[in-house]
Each structure stands twice: as C-alpha cells, then as structure tokens.
Design a protein around this ligand. Structure first.
Ligand code: SF4
Length: 370
C-alpha cells in the first residue's frame, strides 16, 4: 500500500522539496543553545521545556537548569524541591516532576544513558510520541518524524487540508504524511527545519509565503487560502474560578506556606502556597470555615481582605482573593513552612502565590491611622 500522503505532490518532487527546505534551514536557522549539542540529555531537557512555552522564555531556564544539573546523574540525585525551584515561573510543573522521575529511571534502567530505542523512550514519564521522535532523531539520527502544532500546520497548508487537525483520524494521517516526507538521512535536521518553518515563516497568522522555501509546492498558497488554514478549532470555554487565600502575618513579618497536594485550593500540586480554597459565594466566611475545619484555626476580627489579583492557567481564569490574617504568633500547621513574607528563596512557588504575596506586601506598606 502506498504511504498515506495529504500533500498531493508527485513522489518524484519530494526530494527537491526536501533539498529546498534543508538548504533554507542551514542558512536561516536561529542559533539556539540546544542546537549546539547532540547530547540527548540536553536535547531532552530543551524539548520538555519548550512544550507550550516560547523559545525566548525557555533560554534562561535551560541555561540555569543545565548549570545546576549538567548530567543525567546530577538530575537523578537532586531533591524534587530543588528541581521544582529551578522550574518556578516556567509553568506546567508536572513536566519538571516527570523529568526528574524519568532521570531516575534512566539511571536505574539504562545506566544513565538516554535510551536509543523508541519504545523504551516512550515508557519514560512525560515522554510522548513527539518528544521521543524529537530527541531520538536529533541526538541519534533515528528516522522518526515529529508532529507538533507547527509541523501539522505546515503540512495542512502545503496540502490545503481542511478540518480539525487534532481530530484523531486526521492527526494520524498527518503523522503518516510527516513520516513519508521525512528526509531519512538527516532526520534531526529535517524535523528541526519543519518546526523552524512553522515557527518563523509559516506562522499561524500572516504566513510569510514570499520568503518560504517550499512555496512552489504549497496548495494553500496557490489557492490563496493560506491564512484560512488550518480551520479554526472550537474554542474551549474558559472556566472562571475564585480562590480565597489566607496570608498569616506575625509582628516579625513572617508568614506560613503549606503544600496542598489536591482538593479545591491546590493551586499547583506540590508547590508551596498560602492556605487557599476555591470559593463560590462568600470568600471570607468560606476561608474561615476552611481554616477551622482543616487546621483547627479560629480567625476572628484580625482578618482583612486585600487587593485581588488575576491569574490564568490554561483554561482557568482565576480571581485571587487574599486575606491578611494578623496574628501575635503564627499557628502551628503540620508540614508548613515559615518564611518572611515575599522572601521565598529557592522554594518552588507558583506565580499565583507571588501575586498574593505582592498584594499582601503592598497592603502592609500602606500607612494606617491606628
Ligand atoms: Fe506556509 Fe506560505 Fe510556505 Fe505554504 S507557502 S508552507 S502557507 S509559508
């Protein structure tokens, strides 16, 4: 059976298309830190960090992370908290936890060497088909094509493919087409060239077809529909959430942080945060009840609501409603941490927690009449 191809380009033309794209990539590729290495460990770190995150945001994290953990062994030996601390601000923290677990597995099962085998790579925590194909092709020249949003868009435009690209049947055809198109002698360069084209030229809005090295084969361009493709996906509705948080504060400016690993108030699993819960009606009384039921803490009279803040995580639009709870002595909460408000050091802290702390600090700095 001939390979499925959505491109509708004569097979004899494919080598020429490959040459054009690879020549463009060799000349125009961005100089990125992870492109200066073939070390699978470094390439893997970069691929995990780049998931859902912009290149410019990743670069300082990548460099910092590798300065601290230059080898698989050093990452495997690290404390989870240290790994999460270096990830703080990058978001999607399950990536960091999986990375850490995978490093331990690689040391235990593969002698500390990133596996070469596709199935063994897929078995690692946090590694899906895209990441496995990216690392193995770039580091080991394995002939595996990547398919991510950028590559899918490029293929959809070249073939003038309509429909929801993420629909399982169409996605499988895109995978098959990407594999058919792969330049098997230089799979790492090819994959990066496709991704680079999608990221810098064949961009979601206003593709720059005039500068495109594969324009002559592109049906969307020839039909004048490049900007209409891919077809827009149905938008997932944003969920509005209100979160009440309690910022205890003693006369020395100290506060308490806890780790909420689940439940309505867990902003980020296993990150340190102020005690918090999701509320629907009255944040003040819901928070008071929550503190009493969970920590046996009674708050009366010494509570004031401070400036709210907003925080967005994927499809959640969170309204943060913080309360400063002034106390003579911080209450005892098992497993909590005492820190000076706003000074978190290397503790893994989410941006939402930082916003709450900023609001509390601004409130504390206000002059009071009494
Ligand atoms: Fe994308 Fe335009 Fe190139 Fe087609 S010609 S692949 S639409 S940039």
């Amino acid at each position: 059976m001939p390979p499925v191809s959505l491109l509708k380009i004569p097979q004899a033309e494919i080598p020429k298309l490959r040459r054009h794209l690879l020549a463009w990539f060799a000349k125009r590729k961005r100089d990125l830190p992870w492109r200066r290495t073939r070390d699978p460990y470094r390439i893997w770190i970069s691929e995990i960090m780049l998931q859902q995150t912009r290149v410019a945001a990743v670069i300082p994290y990548y460099e910092n992370f590798l300065a601290k953990f230059p080898t698989m062994q050093s990452l495997a030996r690290a404390r989870t908290e240290t790994v999460l601390g270096l990830w703080a601000g990058l978001g999607y923290y399950s990536r960091a936890r999986n990375l850490h677990r995978a490093a331990k597995e690689i040391v235990a099962l593969h002698g500390g060497h990133f596996p070469r085998d596709y199935e063994a790579t897929l078995a690692l925590p946090g590694v899906g088909r895209y990441t496995a194909a990216a690392v193995l092709s770039i580091a080991y020249d394995e002939p595996l094509a990547v398919l991510d949003g950028n590559v899918a868009r490029v293929i959809a435009r070249i073939g003038a493919v309509r429909g929801d690209l993420r629909a399982p049947a169409l996605w499988r055809e895109l995978e098959s087409t990407a594999q058919n198109l792969l330049a098997r002698r230089v799979p790492g360069d090819w994959n990066q060239a496709m991704m680079e084209l999608g990221a810098t030229v064949c961009t979601p809005k206003s593709p720059r077809c005039g500068e495109c090295s594969v324009a002559q084969w592109c049906r969307a361009r020839n039909l004048g529909v490049a900007e209409e493709l891919p077809s827009p996906r149905k938008k997932q509705t944003t969920q509005k959430v209100t979160l009440a948080a309690g910022v205890f504060l003693d006369p020395q400016g100290r506060t308490l942080l806890v780790r909420q690993t689940g439940g309505d108030g867990a902003l980020f699993s296993r990150m340190w945060q102020f005690p918090a819960l999701e509320v629907t009606a009255d944040p003040a009384s819901d928070l008071a009840r929550y503190l009493h039921e969970n920590f046996k803490i009674a708050v009366n009279g010494n509570v004031r609501q401070i400036e709210t803040a907003r925080h967005t995580v994927t499809f959640r639009d969170i309204r943060l409603v913080p309360f400063v709870i002034s106390v003579a002595r911080l209450p005892r909460i098992e497993g909590s941490r005492t820190v000076i408000l706003g000074r978190f050091g290397h503790l893994p802290i989410s941006n939402a927690t930082r916003k709450i702390a900023q609001s509390a600090l601004a409130d504390v700095a206000k002059p009071r009449n009494s």
